[in-house]
Design a protein around this ligand. Structure first.
Ligand code: 4AD
Ligand code: MG
Length: 431
């Protein structure tokens, strides 16, 4: 048997005979030649079967292949500038592994519910594969950024006794005889981690039982949460814009074919370079008023507000210094104006909404106690968190980037449901 290869690496085998384990994506025929569109997960290649060269048996096997049939294909790799991958295979042999019958996802259009019910198969289609490759590249670039900038990766727990981001969307479960919740955010634990290791980041699943059915919300999503000791809000913003720049530029560099498969307008991404514009919540409210929105100071922005603000820029924009009343209990008030907090949301361009939420944290123990009372949080469950303020408290800041919203933006997708292999959404736990 000839050497095995994968489609991504056929360029190393030009002129050689190789075997590729693959599935049939599609097939065309023109009399004496069949064109097999093969996929193996790493890429796509056209296999050319010429009747006069392969003989009757191989020809008939090729003819019997149906969409998503699996096989080992043997053939010679040739350069082919007209194909997307740059190569083609002249098929010499086919060993069928499994002939598929009635594959449910055909090249015709399907409704989203149908595709979601068949998510386990839908993942095989070229666009879905491209999204998953870009998601993996984004994760790689994220870890590269933090690992090369002095951060240590730390893993906060998934099962927690307390809430980090408000009590309305907690996912409840029993922990033997106690009550527990799936984590909404690792932040509080990452603050402890920062006091131990300086600059840290986490990357893991987070859960919010949000009853909102929007194109930006998942019940289970992945978050990157860096936390930095001896770092103020301003310094954190600089880390954030450099971080997002690195992620977007890495995808541009390493995922050209996938962006093409998704028809992504690359010029929009090429533009994403630090520094990013900033606008205060106050100025944002004023701007919204000029645009006919009648939102009072003190109210949180919804998707239409965020989109209206983001439309003014061709880069992500930081909205800074929100009113304390609409933000989390741990955010540090602006010393010059305690009614607003030292925080920022990063809003992606093109209407993709908030991708980062971040802030400087309260480091004063008395103020923190007060906040627990105001937010009706039981101080006992947060004793360990108070200890971070009791023993060697320092100014510190951090932020959380939502992976799926970032993938949706970079890929140019309508909805976050396609950004994660098996989305957990309101009314969807299958497959
Ligand atoms: O703004 P959020 O709620 O901030 C936090 O959780 C902070 N504790 C982070 C920190 O400072 N360490 O969430 C952060 C990001 C949002 O900007 C958004 O991108 C994403 O997480 N996100 C969601 N993504 C998908 N589905 C949901 N239901 C999401 N909720 C938040
Ligand atoms: Mg937020």
């Amino acid at each position: 048997m000839a050497n095995k290869s994968v489609i991504r690496q056929v360029g190393e085998h030009v002129g050689e005979t190789v075997v590729i384990g693959s599935w049939l994506n599609n097939k065309r025929s023109s009399g004496k030649i069949q064109f097999l569109q093969l996929r193996d997960g790493t890429g796509y290649i056209q296999g050319v079967v010429v009747k006069s060269e392969v003989g009757e048996e191989v020809w008939e096997k090729a003819k019997s292949l149906t969409q998503e049939s699996s096989m080992y294909v043997t053939g010679v790799i040739r350069e082919e500038p007209r194909s997307q991958s740059g190569y083609e295979m002249t098929v010499t042999d086919i060993e069928i592994i499994h002939l598929t019958e009635n594959y449910p996802i055909t090249p015709k259009e399907h409704g989203v519910d149908f595709l979601m019910d068949h998510r386990h198969l839908w993942l095989r289609s070229p666009k879905q594969r491209a999204v998953m490759v870009i998601r993996a590249e984004i994760i790689r670039a994220i870890q590269e950024f933090f690992n090369t900038n002095g951060f240590t990766k730390m893993d906060p727990p998934i099962l927690t006794p307390t809430s980090a981001e408000g009590t309305t969307n907690l996912f409840h479960t029993k922990y033997f005889d106690e009550d527990a919740y799936l984590t909404q955010s690792g932040q509080l634990y990452m603050e402890a981690a920062a006091m131990a290791l300086g600059k840290v980041y986490s990357f893991g699943p987070t859960f919010r039982a949000e009853k909102s059915k929007t194109r930006r919300h998942l019940i289970e999503f992945w978050m990157i949460e860096p936390e930095m000791a001896f770092t103020d809000h301003e310094e954190s913003l600089i880390v954030q814009e450099n971080f997002v720049t690195h992620v977007v530029q890495s995808v541009l560099k390493n995922c050209r074919l996938e962006l093409e498969t998704l028809d992504r307008d690359i010029s929009k991404l090429e533009n994403i370079k630090a520094p990013f514009p900033r606008i205060s919540y106050d100025d944002a409210i004023e701007y919204l008023h000029t645009q006919g929105f009648d939102i009072p100071w003190g109210e949180d922005f919804g998707a239409p507000h965020e989109t209206a603000i983001a439309e003014r820029y061709d880069k992500p924009v930081f909205i800074t210094n929100y009113p304390a009343g609409i933000k989390a209990f741990y955010m540090k008030p602006d010393p010059n104006r305690p009614e607003v907090v030292l925080c920022a949301d990063m809003i992606a361009p093109e209407g993709y909404g908030e991708i980062i939420g971040g802030s400087q944290r309260i480091d004063d123990p008395e103020l923190m106690e007060e906040r627990f009372k105001e937010h009706n949080l039981s101080p006992e469950t947060y004793q360990w968190y108070m200890d971070l303020r009791r023993y060697g408290s320092v100014p510190h800041s951090g932020f959380g980037l939502g992976l799926e919203r970032t993938v949706a933006w970079v890929c140019g997708l309508e909805h976050v449901r396609e950004t994660i292999p098996f989305p957990r959404m309101l009314y969807r736990l299958y497959p």
